[in-house]
Design a protein around this ligand. Structure first.
Ligand SMILES: [Ca+2]
Ligand SMILES: [Ca+2]
Length: 218
């Protein structure tokens, strides 16, 4: 009699993976996304290797913490500044409105947040993309650029902020932190926002994106 039940169990298990594929991760107030280590470009200017992204909503601000595999200084010292991640936000949770990131399969995103790691040099020079050869580095800090999708994959810049250390946001160890007020993107408490997050320096074109998450804002 024991053996009669085995085929029934196997049939049920075979159906499960099909249902799981369409499922998007849902989160309340905050979300954690993970990314493999050692998947960025190599060479004399190593890619900034992201292993985790924390998205937190507090009712007024979105705080985004990008965790690198090593201290941020490892990627920046003597090398170049640049973006660590790009977050695409579908703020109305509707794939029929908004734009589509280049080479990404799903459309529907209203905003793009680019999170950057910058270098400050002696004398006050600041670089958030590239670097100044021969100049002495004195500090590293985080920044973001907010863009709005206009048509297709095109975007327009809405705001840019430098020197987050002056506002209590910074690079600390492995963490690159930025904070954006809801008001910049007309976000409201209780709103559901779909995020597609891209590791900027991922060495492959197709695997840059972390699994999507649908976040209900606090
Ligand atoms: Ca990575
Ligand atoms: Ca949308």
């Amino acid at each position: 009699m024991k053996y009669v039940k085995v085929p029934t169990v196997l049939v049920c298990m075979a159906l499960l993976p099909v249902l799981a594929v369409a499922e998007i991760q849902k989160a309340e107030h905050n979300a954690v996304l993970t990314d493999p280590a050692n998947d960025v470009r190599e060479g004399t200017d190593p890619g900034k290797d992201v292993v985790k992204v924390l998205i937190d909503s507090d009712g007024t601000n979105l705080t985004i913490t990008t965790v690198l595999a090593k201290e941020a200084k490892y990627y920046l010292k003597g090398h170049t500044a640049g973006d660590v991640i790009r977050l695409n936000l579908d703020t109305d949770n509707d794939t029929t409105t908004g734009g589509k990131p280049f080479l990404y399969d799903t459309p529907g995103f209203e905003y793009l947040i680019e999170v950057g790691a910058c270098i400050e040099y002696e004398g006050g020079g600041v670089v958030c993309a590239g670097g100044m050869k021969g100049a002495k580095e004195v500090n590293y800090f985080s920044t973001y650029t907010l863009k709005k999708y206009t048509k297709g994959s095109s975007t327009e810049r809405i705001s840019e902020a430098f020197h987050w250390k002056d506002r209590g946001m910074d690079i600390k160890g492995k963490n690159v932190v930025v904070k954006l007020p809801y008001s910049l993107m007309n976000l409201k408490s209780g709103q559901k926002v779909r995020f597609a997050v891209e590791e900027k320096d991922d060495a492959s074109f197709k695997k840059k994106y972390m699994p999507e998450v649908l976040l209900t804002l606090k």
